[in-house]
Ligand binder design. Structure first.
Ligand code: NAD
Ligand code: TYD
Length: 372
């Protein structure tokens, strides 16, 4: 069972598992909120090992029924409210889905697995979380001084904006309602291991980018705005730092960890790929202009500095040495390569983007089921 499989990261995980494991029966459970789009899975929707169920993870009875009637023996849990700006405006929805939804899923899995003759044997509850639960790191390099080139594990030449990183042992210190709700859900998942012995794993990943991301997030929003010559709203001075990972690399990490990760462990997943927002935005502008055949620097005038996000975390930077050393996972793409691939995907999939921005994608589900 994969929850949130119609969303951005979930759709990549579902696609990977459906294609790679023809012997697994994959059940995608998704409520299809504004962020869920079945068009993200068009290429695999007719595969015999794939089933979609529209359901809310907060609906405990329904979760019980899905898990029981399908004999679910593994859960990869991605369903969540995921956008920080929305959490600032509407924190209750985040507490409901991310905290209560995760708890109802945990409890349903526990009750079903406990009812089986062999307690939890071969089962797994894998919870997908974010690096934002760790709070914010400082950028402790004075203005005008080039960041040092640190060597961290296999990431020789890694450009870091500070001396510290998020480790698996870093104390939780969430600042936004989004990260507070994810932190709470992480604690619940670990508590089910510690209290009931449930086989759980939690992973905390950095910012993802790639195809099928909802265009409220920085990268798809800006690619679309550049194409449409609309302003690019840069929060504050654009100096905040994020660590970016190509979404297919995250999906590959989830596959490795689900199969080979150690129960009750936490793994950090990151790209060793820190970028100041403004530098990243300039790379995006240059790439979109190049692909569209615009003169160099053509879209730079779209940059518009706007009021900063409330409580905007300065810097996120993951140390994923543990995952690299213990399970041999590494990011596969250089950022420039990944961003070009991403830009090309959004520009070549205008129909997808137009359906999402117009709201037409929400009819896709109704149309699909009315035809069956
Ligand atoms: P997304 O917003 O694109 O997708 C979330 C999916 O969950 C959607 O399909 C939505 O319909 C579904 N959903 C929401 N509420 C639901 C509910 N109550 N019941 C059932 N389904 C529901 O999110 P994403 O970016 O793909 O993130 C997936 C997971 O990965 C989240 O848990 C998020 O916290 C985590 N994460 C995301 C990032 C990132 O950069 N996007 C980084 C690290 C971790
Ligand atoms: P986002 O994609 O919302 O991810 P997160 O907040 O989870 O890291 O934002 C990435 C960075 O880009 C973050 O520092 C906020 C900034 N940002 C803007 O400057 N303008 C925007 O319109 C958006 C959506 C984000």
């Amino acid at each position: 069972m994969i929850t949130g499989g119609a969303g951005f990261i979930g759709s990549h995980v579902v696609r990977l598992f459906v294609n790679k494991y023809p012997d697994y029966r994959i059940i995608n459970v998704d409520k299809l909120t504004y962020a869920g789009n079945l068009a993200n899975l068009k290429d695999i929707e007719d595969k015999p090992n794939y089933t979609f169920v529209k359901a809310d993870i907060c609906d405990f009875e329904k979760m019980m029924d899905i898990i029981q009637s399908n004999g679910v023996d593994g859960i990869i849990h991605l369903a969540a409210e995921s956008h920080v700006d929305r959490s600032i405006k509407d924190p209750f929805t985040f507490a409901r889905t991310n905290v209560m939804g995760t708890l109802s899923l945990l409890q349903a899995a526990k009750l079903y697995w406990e009812s089986l003759p062999e307690k939890y044997e071969g089962k797994m509850f894998y919870h997908i979380s974010t690096d934002e639960v760790y709070g914010a790191l400082t950028m402790n390099h004075p203005e005008g001084v080039e960041p040092p080139f640190k060597t961290v594990a296999s990431s020789e030449g890694h450009k870091a904006y500070g001396d510290d990183f998020f480790y698996e042992t870093t104390k939780y210190n969430p600042h936004s309602p989004y990260s507070a709700s994810k932190a709470s859900s992480d604690h619940f998942v670990r508590s089910y291991h510690d209290t009931y012995g449930m086989p759980t794993i939690v992973t905390n990943c950095s910012n993802n980018y790639g195809p099928y991301q909802f265009p409220e997030k920085l990268i798809p929003l800006f690619i679309n705005n550049i194409r449409k010559r609309k302003p690019l709203p840069v929060y504050g001075k654009g100096e905040n730092v994020r660590d970016w990972l190509f979404v297919e690399d995250h999906a590959r990490a989830i596959d490795v960890i689900f199969h080979e990760g150690k129960v009750a462990e936490t793994y950090n997943i990151g790209g060793f790929n820190e970028w100041k927002n403004i530098d990243l935005i300039k790379v995006m502008i240059a790439t979109v202009d190049k692909v569209l055949g615009n003169p160099e620097g053509y879209s730079l005038d779209l940059i518009t500095y706007v009021t900063d996000r409330l409580g905007h975390d300065a810097r996120y930077a993951i140390d994923s040495t543990k995952l690299q050393k213990e399970l041999g996972w590494e990011p596969s793409l250089q950022f420039e390569e990944g961003i070009e691939k991403t830009v090309r995907w959004y520009l070549e999939n205008q129909e997808w983007m137009d359906n999402v921005t117009s709201g037409d994608y929400q009819k896709y589900y109704e149309d699909m089921y009315s035809k069956r």
